[in-house]
Design a protein around this ligand. Structure first.
Ligand code: ADQ
Length: 469
């Protein structure tokens, strides 16, 4: 069996007992734990001057971490710049937020080439290389230019926009040509894959040989043949289920329960990101209190939102907006013994979160656009099947395509989400159990192990050839 080499922008080198807040980190760790291999990428450190000359290697059991510190300019142009101010908003359908300039695009290409220079000497001929996410689209092409003939796959953790949006990016063809250097390109949903296939059909002279309703397709474009396929990412369902059973009785969960003094709980857990629809969510909770005043002093909304990408102006702006909204809504509705919104800018360990999920009567997951959204799956897995809570889920989260038994909402429709909250809070036990059981069947069948195995299996079998440069 080939060794697995995982490449991602950020390598989450875990200190004992610590938990990363990124969905990607959580998923990769669970995947590599079984097979072992190399996890290669940025250390998360930014240094003055040049990026690190040689990777730092750290061995942990069967796993080798190989990490690089980024120089300030590389970090600014590649990470804060092109990845997070151009591709992230573009891939989340937010053209109004994209910033476009040649300097950051060049920085993005330069750092991808630098990463390829550093990984290439570590590779063995029969390795399989699995590259993650929008930061690293050109990486496979850079490895090919250095003569790497290993199987190289890519998985996109964000949505993939339709060609009408993608073509707003100058030199979009170059980016998609680079994407076609991989042997396998994986997406979360059929919608994302359709965006890619439509681009190939309309913007290139390539062909798409589709199998099933956007389940998988052979792409011939830019002189290469590759496989595109849908692999909805998931969670370690069984582990989380058993963690939640005891986590509901942990000290922190007890403190939360006591603080509620019999009130119901709605929970939201997200990185603080404009794609997560947090202002609309706060407004929907306000709408609930306004339209259904019987919930005043009877329901609390706990929103956990650790800050992320704090160097990017849009993230500073949304943080300020949310603090103001929480203050305003609390000022409007609070009683001397009840605060409607508990808004926390910090992260928690997995065990504490599992306990909080289990206590919550409603999981409120309302991104404006999201690749998958693992919180939706985690919330369901942590419920008590004898008395489960209700998931209210945005139709624009990838997860909605598999989790139709949740209450599916349009996050832009504030009144509609307010009504869905009312429905969730008053749903009879029988219906809650039925919906939960159906969701759990999906999560047990398609867990993180299934995701990894089906991706690696497809990469093993993908047709591959070498670039015509
Ligand atoms: P994210 O945008 O980070 O991931 P998500 O899928 O919800 O979003 O994953 C977040 C993860 O971080 C979850 O495992 C959650 O438990 C954890 N987390 C969030 N807030 C936390 C907190 N306050 N404390 C501790 N842990 C916290 C990206 C894409 C998603 C896609 C994933 C995986 O944007 O669409 O689902 O990658 O592909």
């Amino acid at each position: 069996m080939s060794r697995l080499v995982v490449v991602s922008n950020r390598v989450a080198l875990m200190e004992e007992g610590k938990q990363a807040a990124g969905g990607l980190a959580v998923a990769i760790l669970a995947a590599l734990k079984k097979t072992g291999g190399i996890w290669f990428g940025w250390s998360g450190n930014v240094v003055d001057g040049e990026s690190q000359a040689e990777p730092t290697r750290t061995e942990m059991g069967k796993l080798t971490y190989a990490t690089l510190d980024l120089g300030r300019r590389d970090h600014e142009e590649y990470y804060n710049g092109f990845a997070n101010q151009t591709l992230w908003p573009l891939f989340h359908y937010r053209l109004g937020l994209i910033s476009v300039n040649r300097r950051t695009r060049e920085g993005y290409e330069r750092v991808n080439a630098y990463f390829a220079d550093k990984l290439e000497p570590l590779l063995r001929p029969d390795d399989m290389v699995w590259v993650h996410d929008y930061h690293l689209i050109p990486f496979g092409d850079e490895l090919r230019r250095r003569g790497c003939s290993q199987r190289i796959g890519f998985f996109l953790h964000t949505p993939f926009p339709p060609p009408e949006l993608l073509t707003a990016l100058p030199n979009h063809r170059d980016l998609i040509r680079e994407l076609c250097a991989y042997d396998l390109v994986g997406f979360h949903t059929a919608t994302d894959m359709r965006g890619f296939c439509d681009y190939i059909r309309t913007e290139t002279d390539g062909t798409v040989e589709q199998r099933g309703a956007y389940g998988s397709a052979t792409i011939r474009a830019f002189g290469r043949t590759l496989l595109a396929k849908v692999f909805p990412i998931s969670i370690d369902t069984e582990a989380l289920e058993s963690l939640a059973r005891t986590a509901g009785r942990s000290r922190q969960a007890e403190r939360l329960r006591e603080s509620l003094v019999g009130r119901r709980l709605i929970i939201g857990v997200d990185r603080l990101d404009y794609s997560k629809g947090l202002p609309q969510r706060f407004a929907a909770f306000e709408q609930l209190l306004e339209s259904y005043p019987e919930h005043c002093n009877r329901v609390s909304f706990l929103q956990v939102a650790p800050p992320s990408r704090e160097d990017v102006p849009e993230y500073i702006a949304i943080r300020r907006e949310l603090s103001e909204m929480a203050g305003r809504i609390n000022g409007r509705f609070a009683e001397f013994d009840w605060q409607p919104i508990r808004y926390l800018n910090r992260s928690f360990g997995q065990r504490v979160l599992a306990g909080f999920y289990r206590l919550a009567n409603v999981g409120l997951v309302t991104p404006l656009r999201d690749g998958m959204n693992l919180v939706a799956k985690e919330y369901v897995a942590c419920q008590d099947s004898d008395n489960p809570g209700v998931l209210v889920l945005s139709q624009f989260a990838g997860a909605a395509q598999e989790m139709g038994e949740a209450l599916i909402v349009n996050p832009f429709d504030i009144e509609g989400v307010g009504d869905a909250l009312q429905r969730a809070l008053t749903m009879p036990l029988g219906e809650r159990k039925e919906r939960h059981a159906a969701l759990m069947r999906t999560l047990r069948q398609h867990d993180i192990g299934w995701w990894r195995e089906s991706y690696v299996d497809a990469l093993t079998r993908a047709p591959y050839d070498f670039p015509v440069t």
